[in-house]
Design a protein around this ligand. Sequence first.
Ligand SMILES: [Zn+2]
Length: 240
Amino acid sequence: MAGPVARLARLVVPVACPGCGEQDVRWCEACEAPWWEPPLRCESGAPRLDAVEPALPAWSIAELDGPTHGVIAAWKDQGRRDLGALLAPAMRRAAREVAAALDPAAASSPVAVVPCPARAAHTRRRGEDLPLLLARAAAAGLADAGVPAATVAALAPASGASRGSGDRGRWRAGPARTRGAAWRQPALRPVLLVDDVLTTGATLARAAAALAGSRLVPIGALVLASAPAPGKVLGVGEGP
Ligand SMILES: [Zn+2]
């Protein structure tokens, strides 16, 4: 973003790094660096994923801390849509790396990259469907790695009106419900779920539950950032 208009805009609305507050940069080098680290398995820090059967491996690009949380929060809730120019390429690169770790059986049919949906009101306010943007980036990353993939918006946020509708077997209680695309697939299709952050794992668990019985079968999840696993700070042990 350069040019006289951008410079003028900065005079009116100063820009600052959402990670650390450094002035006059969209984001600083230090706060960008975590987004280019190798994605790491993170499901051990998400207790609610324990209930998902079969187990859902999850990868995260960055640990959720002050700067990474600041970047995501600014992108989602503070009008910094320009941060998509950082986060979408980071997601694409991470998906490229995760592709090799996905179950090889998954490669037998194209992977459906399914975003955990944002609430409709949030998407309206943001002017953009950010989860879908992340999913498209992830699908591009899988394709980069030679794994055929396409975005499938198979989940919608549950609304009060849709819960308990007569569409038996389709709708499930909870903040995610399946769209027709989950059922219209010609065959069983592996799914990479995509979300922005992973904390307890409840969102991913509900997404997996909503897809249960459909033709979309979750085989993994990829998120931008995840809360550190309990005990990690101590640097000892690997789980309980
Ligand atoms: Zn910074």
